[in-house]
Write a protein that binds this ligand. Structure first.
Ligand SMILES: Nc1ncnc2c1ncn2[C@@H]1O[C@H](COP(=O)(O)OP(=O)(O)OP(=O)(O)O)[C@@H](O)[C@H]1O
Ligand SMILES: [Mg+2]
Length: 424
């Protein structure tokens, strides 16, 4: 930019010279103003251009911001959508990073393992306390692997799970972590075991029935000859008790054979109105087959009104007699036996009667619980191990169910559900 200098002109210059100089100065000033105006115009133009550019940039920025915001919203929508899918899955999903730290933990994984996402997110997988999870991630070594395990959940449930581990990779194929899929297969396992047990029972039943028939005939002969011998030895007090031993042994074997035959033949229950409140009271108070020891206290907690099941009273009497006998035998030092009946609906809305036989006895060890319904499984010196196997067959033939809850040293509870009597 040009700079304008104003100087004080001397007064004593000759007029002509003075005039000339003033003219020159005026010219100079004029040109300076012109330059100034020119520069101002340039400046104004530049400023306008700059303003235009700025406005354009502002618009561009606004459009970019809008686009970014839209992108962000879209990303958020996709994230929520995927999250909703993840949370709605009926299989458990756990994702861990390269250091096996949990980055994703869906609701079903929490239900299966008995813990919440809050307890697990950002924690090492090993800290969940479910050993097979961490072990499978370790052993999979970048491959997809599947294993079945029985685990104890954090809320102390025994659950069968099917676990699969697959590597998670970024678009370049680098391993970022592992995704674990969990399926609760407890129900499936139960059905499998039940199907196997039924098959085994049928085979054992057929074999047992064959043997029982073969043994019963000679056994009848032994009892007859022992009775004759007993008569002959009427005058011999030393030898007579020996024949009594033989007879009682034969009777015991006959009882076992009767149980075997009962177990072997598939029960075909008649369908009568069977008041379970009356039946239970009758067994404990008036049955010749049951004598309650003095140190066992019996409590009744029976459904108000009628607890009428559709069933075969004689078969159900055998079932409950065995449950009650087992309960009493599990309390050699005394305790309490609680008999409960309740009316209610099953999951499929069919009405049923629930009978609970609970004792405060020795309990059943966890490893024995799956065997107690097997024929010949007994922990008693004189037990046939057929009581529960027969009960299982009879209740199944009534379209009922038996469940057991037991803790060693605390007691056992058998829960039996039988369809209720229905007028139709
Ligand atoms: N209430 C209970 N408490 C503890 N253990 C039980 C109870 N009921 C059953 N059991 C266990 O289950 C096993 C099988 O019972 P089950 O009634 O089939 O045969 P058992 O009682 O041994 O023989 P039996 O019925 O011929 O006398 C028992 O030996 C016992 O170990
Ligand atoms: Mg028994």
């Amino acid at each position: 930019m040009n700079t304008i200098h104003f100087t004080n002109l001397p007064d004593d210059l000759p007029v002509a010279e003075n005039e000339e100089q003033k003219k020159q100065e005026l010219e100079f000033l004029k040109s300076a103003f012109q330059t100034f105006n020119e520069t101002t115009r340039h400046l104004q133009e530049s400023y306008d251009k700059l303003q235009e550019r700025l406005n354009a940039l502002d618009l561009e920025l606004e459009a970019k911001n809008l686009e970014l915001e839209k992108n962000l919203q879209e990303k958020e929508r996709v994230k929520n959508y995927l999250n909703n899918i993840l949370e709605s899955l009926t299989t458990g999903v756990i994702v861990v990073d390269k250091n096996t730290r949990i980055t994703t933990f869906n609701k079903t994984a929490g239900i299966i393992l008995g813990m919440t996402a809050g307890q697990c997110l950002n924690q090492p997988l090993a800290d969940t306390g479910i050993q097979p999870l961490a072990e499978l991630v370790q052993s999979s070594g970048g491959q997809t692997r599947m294993e079945d395990h029985e685990i104890t959940t954090r809320d102390q449930r025994q659950v069968h799970i099917r676990l699969s581990a697959s590597p998670v990779q970024d678009p370049a194929g680098h391993r970022m972590g592992t995704v674990l899929i969990l399926q609760d297969i407890t129900q499936l396992k139960r059905l499998e075991e039940e199907a196997q047990r039924n098959q085994r029972l049928r085979a054992m039943g057929e074999m047992a029935a064959g043997i029982a028939h073969e043994i019963r005939n000679p056994l009848g002969g032994i009892e007859l000859f022992a009775s004759m011998l007993k008569k002959d030895l009427a005058q011999d007090p030393e030898k007579r008790p020996l024949t009594e031993h033989i007879i009682s042994g034969v009777k015991n074997m006959d009882r076992i054979i009767s149980s075997l035959l009962l177990f072997a033949k598939s029960p075909e229950p008649s369908r009568q109105q069977c008041n379970l409140n009356h039946l239970l009271k009758d067994i404990v108070n008036a049955s010749a087959d049951f004598q309650c020891p003095d140190n066992v206290k019996i409590h009744h907690d029976l459904a108000v009104g009628e607890a009428v099941a559709a069933g075969d009273e004689e078969l159900l009497r055998q079932v409950f007699l065995n449950f009650i006998r087992n309960a009493v035998q599990a309390m050699p030092d005394g305790g309490s036996l609680r008999l409960t009946t309740q009316t209610g609906n099953t999951a499929d809305s069919r009405s049923h009667i629930t009978v609970t036989v609970a004792d405060t006895g020795v309990g059943i060890a966890a490893q024995d619980q799956k065997n107690i319904f097997n024929p010949f499984f007994s922990t008693k010196d004189k037990g046939t191990g057929l009581g529960l196997a027969i009960a299982h067959n009879i209740i199944k033939a009534h379209q009922g169910t038996i469940d057991v809850e037991s803790e060693t040293g605390q007691g056992t509870k058998f829960i039996i559900k039988i369809p209720a009597w229905d007028e139709n």
